[in-house]
Design a protein around this ligand. Structure first.
Ligand SMILES: [Zn+2]
Length: 491
């Protein structure tokens, strides 16, 4: 993973390799600014040569992929064709907490509803006095937008980013319907197939039209079979699982579904109706685009069909970060097999000071101030315990208690009851939790692994430092010596 570099005046320079960063730190020419994303500041340099960097985003409902790439173009000497090359520098996955926000607001609404029925039940209800401003988004979606923009701004402070790319829509409707606008590449080339596929997945809600199966590989199915003169138009296509597709073979849909007239009618109606405007489906993505435009950087937008096309053509596994790297017009991606920084939005604590049981009765109260002995919940600490049952080095996110006896969440589990005297802050709480994935986490692997976090290959960043974790003696510690090695941090 590339290391971010700032100059003496804290302006971003080109990111460097881990090895270079380690040498700079060893020679005392640089100091560590942040641990995640790992950033150093040069003590003796002002300004430097910059190259074009592009930050690419693949916004998702739960995770947004981030990829920082260096762009270059090569020109074929014979044909004169220009190839757009990308070198992966840094990959991240921003894990949103929309669900948690939703649940918290639902809980609050229930409290208020209950209080109203207890205490103010005769007060007349008020309606129409709470207007919503133009462009309002539900808080869970607004959070997704805000955190994404926040990370674009953070990364701009760490690297000289000159352009942005964002996946705006799942599929490009113009590419499907308007041959004049989109050109040969879309209409006849390989890309058309990808856009059609994404469109169908959206239109048929990723289910088999005949049996309703989900989460199975779906094939494109001709409603009027090709053998009977059916066309390739989108209105003649649907999705079917392999079993249904083969059972139907080249029967007409009327024959195939003659015992299920209701389903037949529904499929025929749905096939004729075009999918509603994609803008409504993707309100957040459009809002994000408008927010990204205010940064003043040029923003390239692309469709999910193109992302998939690039990813398949370049033979890159499907992860959120690598999807981001494949967004937009790109001919080759190099150095994509790199560790990924997982950035989990954790929030900065709750406003409510009362903890309740499930039935809503108070269980206990939180302290009114956030700091205890100079520590705050969410700080990233290193605790060196010299003797006793908990002897060892524990590095992780701290949860404070009023008594000064803290819990530290480490990759090996939570260590409870560590005195504040053993702890030292590595990085202050900033509302995010950080983890490094050394291998690409594909969708399949993620599905197989969740919710068991221990098997995710999760590596909290400083695990490389931990003498305390005998469990982590495998390749992680070997690979992740990098700039995170103990000698390079602070000392
Ligand atoms: Zn089926």
């Amino acid at each position: 993973m590339a290391v971010f570099v700032l100059d003496k005046q804290k302006r971003p320079l080109m990111p460097c390799t881990e090895k270079r960063a380690r040498l700079l730190l060893e020679r005392g020419r640089a100091v560590v600014v942040r641990l995640a994303p790992f950033t150093i500041r040069l003590k003796d340099r002002i300004g430097g040569a910059l190259q074009p960097l592009r930050l690419k985003l693949d916004p998702g409902s739960r995770v947004t992929g981030l990829a920082l790439v260096r762009e270059s173009e090569t020109c074929d000497a014979d044909t004169g064709a220009v190839e757009r090359l990308e070198h992966g520098l840094w990959f991240g996955e921003l894990v949103h907490r929309g669900q948690a926000i939703r649940e918290a607001l639902t809980r609050r609404r229930h409290y208020r509803r209950a209080r109203r029925s207890r205490k103010t039940r005769y007060r007349a209800p008020r309606f129409l006095n709470r207007p919503r401003r133009e462009g309002w988004l539900p808080p869970s979606l607004q959070h997704r937008l805000d955190t994404t923009v926040n990370w674009v701004q953070r990364l701009r402070r760490l690297a000289p980013i000159t352009a942005l790319s964002q996946e705006l829509v799942r599929f490009d409707t113009q590419a499907l319907q308007n041959p004049e606008i989109s050109g040969v590449e879309y209409q006849q080339g390989e890309l058309a197939g990808y856009e059609v596929r994404e469109y169908l997945l959206e239109k048929w809600r990723r289910t088999c039209a005949y049996c309703g199966a989900m989460h199975v590989p779906l094939e494109i199915e001709h409603i009027v079979p090709r053998a009977r003169g059916g066309s390739d138009r989108v209105s003649n296509l649907t999705l079917a699982c392999r079993a249904c597709n083969q059972r139907k073979a080249n029967q007409s849909i009327e024959d195939f579904l003659q015992r299920q007239p209701a389903l037949l009618h529904q499929i025929q109606a749905q096939a004729r109706a075009p999918l509603k405007d994609a803008t409504a489906v993707n309100a957040t993505r459009w809002a994000l685009l408008n927010a990204l435009k205010t940064t003043g950087l040029p923003v390239e937008t692309a469709s999910g069909g193109r992302t998939k096309f690039n990813r398949t053509r370049l033979d890159i596994p499907k992860t959120h970060a690598l999807d981001a790297a494949c967004v937009g017009a790109v001919d080759q991606v190099r150095d994509w097999n790199r560790p990924v920084l997982s950035i989990r939005a954790t929030g900065r604590g709750a406003y409510s000071r009362t903890r309740t049981f499930n039935n809503g009765f108070p269980r206990g109260y939180l302290i009114r101030h956030k700091r205890v002995q100079g520590f705050q919940t969410g700080d990233w600490v290193r605790a060196e315990v010299l003797k006793g049952k908990k002897a060892g080095v524990h590095v992780g996110r701290v949860a404070i208690r009023r008594t000064g006896s803290f819990n530290v969440q480490t990759p090996g589990g939570t260590v409870e009851g560590l005195s504040h005297r053993y702890c030292r802050v590595l990085q202050r709480a900033d509302g995010y939790g950080y983890t490094i994935h050394t291998k690409p986490v594909t969708e399949d692997a993620r599905r197989a692994a969740t919710p068991n976090r221990a098997t995710r290959g999760a590596l909290f960043l400083p695990a490389s430092q931990g003498r305390g974790f005998s469990r982590k003696t495998d390749e992680h510690s070997a690979r992740c010596s990098g700039p995170y090695a103990p000698s390079s941090i602070r000392e």
